[in-house]
Write a protein that binds this ligand. Structure first.
Ligand code: HEM
Ligand SMILES: *[C@@H]1O[C@H](CO)[C@@H](O)[C@H](O)[C@H]1NC(C)=O
Ligand SMILES: *[C@@H]1O[C@H](CO)[C@@H](O)[C@H](O)[C@H]1NC(C)=O
Ligand SMILES: *[C@@H]1O[C@H](CO)[C@@H](O)[C@H](O)[C@H]1NC(C)=O
Ligand SMILES: *[C@@H]1O[C@H](CO)[C@@H](O)[C@H](O)[C@H]1NC(C)=O
Length: 509
């Protein structure tokens, strides 16, 4: 009793001191922030979208609702139309600034790159990807990027043989009698085959498995990888709540993916050990360049190589497949565009294009650029402020004043809505019209591949692959028809593809 009684005042005193210190630090911080904001002539962002200003619970509910109805992107677009090009919202205690201003996007991705990080991407992506280029910041990221980039120089990207070798399998799966086929499924198979061949030197042959009608289960790499990715998307949406919903199947799928990749890492490390001898033996028939070996020459760390491979596979596979699927959806709805492509490709006289010829096909590039404008494969993205910082526009009544961004807030940027701004693209901004590229020279208002230090490393690779597949199909088929009565609708997971697939029919030349 005696002891406890004397502890009361002590505890009270400690409590008071802690409270005082806390108040002083937060006042100091507020004052410091106020000074930065004033020095930069910042003004508050005018509209707060969520009606619940404390936790933003209504916004969270609304998000889930729109995701279910597949209208998340349409909803973002109408919000920008209603509230201006920059507005505020929040998720629980985190303030969010949402923008479609090129100047703001340039600021977070390039001018003030160091003020931002990826935030908690690692929590959702970590179980499959570990720490690699796509999941890390700072030194670790810089090292990843330095190891990966050399594998994308022109020499490597210009190897078209992988793409050509797979065309046979793809064509064998396309009916030529006008029956409906879902090209989206086939493009996803094509790109997992080409990406695993490019990255591991060994294709998982999902097109061949389709051809032979083999039933696949979750022990099959392609299926496991698909499931693991869906689990990442779900986990991202759940946020911290993910701990309440453990997904055993996802854990099993991650294991299947890791085990397959580890076999190739093992081979690459042996190659690293025998590098000199092999080079001498293979002098005659020059071995094809392997991404994996390029990596293994730079590090002997097994887990690191495995993780980087998974990161690049994830970054590169669905993206290219989605571009092809979204583009073919629109090509099928616009027979005139298909005919123009046929006219341009006729200059190749039916032969497979070389890398130089492919780059010379202007209208093909218009078609790809236009698809990535109307349906950007990575349509929305975000960065976390790691320090107090400032955006150049979005504040004040007219939205032209700078905006103060306190440390810990999220800046979300919506490329989909930016690509539909009528002040940049005209009143037909929502239409698929490749011809507009004849006189467009956009800056940061066109951003399918991101910009600044984290710009996509696979851009040339992706455009080469998508362009190549398109040319080969254009050469094969004189008619492409849409078999989808409805308009394009979103299927937004990690990337953006068509909700109803790409249902089309072809007729041979
Ligand atoms: C149409 C196809 C593609 C699109 C639209 C695309 C788009 C993007 C975007 C928007 C980012 C930035 C993500 C972020 O920082 O939050 C990115 C990063 C990246 N992309 Fe792509 N990508 C495509 C294809 C590819 C391909 C084929 C590869 C590799 C084979 C690839 C590899 C990467 C990597 C490694 C990063 C991370 C770069 C870094 O953080 O430093 N991408 N891509
Ligand atoms: C590029 O295309 C033009 C015509 O469109 C043609 O005259 C020229 O030879 C082509 N160049 C290459 C390298 O294919
Ligand atoms: C396609 O877009 C890129 C910007 O990402 C631009 O540099 C290029 O000139 C565009 N291509 C054409 C053919 O307009
Ligand atoms: C999806 O495609 C099928 C054709 O395979 C079509 O019958 C159906 O109406 C389409 N659904 C929507 C919502 O457009
Ligand atoms: C949406 O796309 C993913 C692949 O990115 C696919 O696994 C999923 O089945 C698709 N959802 C619908 C409703 O088509």
């Amino acid at each position: 009793m005696f002891l406890m009684a004397s502890q009361y005042p002590v505890a009270l005193l400690v409590g008071a001191v802690v409270f005082l210190l806390y108040t002083i630090t937060s006042l100091q911080r507020k004052y410091h922030q106020y000074r930065i904001a004033r020095a930069n002539h910042c003004q508050p962002v005018r509209f707060q979208v969520s009606k619940d200003p404390f936790l933003g619970l209504d916004s969270i509910r609304d998000n889930i609702d729109c995701a279910k109805k597949h209208i998340l992107l349409e909803r973002s677009l109408s919000r920008f139309r209603q509230y201006g090009n920059t507005f505020r919202t929040r998720r629980l205690r985190t303030p969010i600034i949402v923008t479609r201003e090129p100047q703001n996007i340039k600021t977070i991705l390039s001018l003030r790159f160091k003020d931002y990080g990826l935030g908690n991407r690692i929590h959702a992506f970590g179980p499959l990807l570990g720490h690699g280029i796509f999941t890390s910041d700072g030194e670790h990221w810089a090292h990843s990027r330095a190891m990966i980039r050399p594998n994308f120089v022109k020499d490597q990207v210009a190897h078209l043989d992988i793409f050509e070798d797979l065309m046979g399998d793809l064509l064998a799966l396309i009916p030529t009698d006008g029956t409906t086929v879902d090209m989206q499924e086939l493009f996803f198979s094509y790109t997992i085959d080409s990406a695993t061949e490019f990255l591991f030197g060994h294709s998982v042959q999902s097109l061949k498995k389709r051809l032979s009608g083999v039933e696949t289960d979750e022990n099959d790499f392609a299926s496991a990888f698909n499931y693991a990715q869906d689990a990442i998307a779900t986990s991202t949406r759940l946020g911290p709540l993910r701990h309440l919903f453990r997904d055993r199947k996802a854990a099993q799928c991650n294991r299947v993916c890791h085990e397959l990749v580890e076999q190739f890492v093992e081979k690459a490390l042996q190659y690293r050990a025998n590098y000199q001898e092999e080079a001498a033996v293979d002098d005659e028939k020059k071995p094809r360049y392997l991404f994996l070996q390029g990596l293994a020459q730079q590090t002997g760390d097994r887990t690191r190589i495995r993780d980087e491979l998974m990161n690049v596979l994830l970054a590169g596979r669905d993206t290219t497949a989605s571009l092809l699927s979204n583009m073919f959806f629109m090509l099928a709805k616009h027979p005139r565009v298909w005919q123009k492509l046929r006219e341009e490709v006729a200059s190749l006289q039916g032969r497979a294009p070389t890398y130089a010829q492919l780059r010379n096909l202007t209208y093909l590039k218009y078609c790809m650029n236009e698809s990535l404008r109307v349906h950007p494969v990575v349509p929305s993205n975000a960065r976390f402020a790691v320090t107090d910082t400032v955006l150049p526009v979005g504040g004040g009544l007219d939205g032209n004043a700078p905006v103060f961004v306190p440390k810990g807030s999220i800046v979300a940027y919506n490329v989909y809505s930016m690509h539909r701004r009528e002040d940049f693209y005209g009143s037909d901004a929502g239409e698929y019209r490749p011809e507009r590229w004849a006189d467009l020279r956009p800056g940061w208002e066109y951003l399918p591949f991101n910009g600044g230090p984290r710009i996509c490393v696979g851009q040339q690779y992706a455009l080469t692959e998508a362009g190549y597949v398109t040319v080969r199909l254009v050469q094969q088929f004189s008619v492409l028809e849409s078999r989808d009565p409805g308009p394009w609708e979103e299927n937004l997971t990690l990337t953006l593809c068509s909700r109803n697939g790409t249902k089309v029919s072809f007729q041979s030349s």
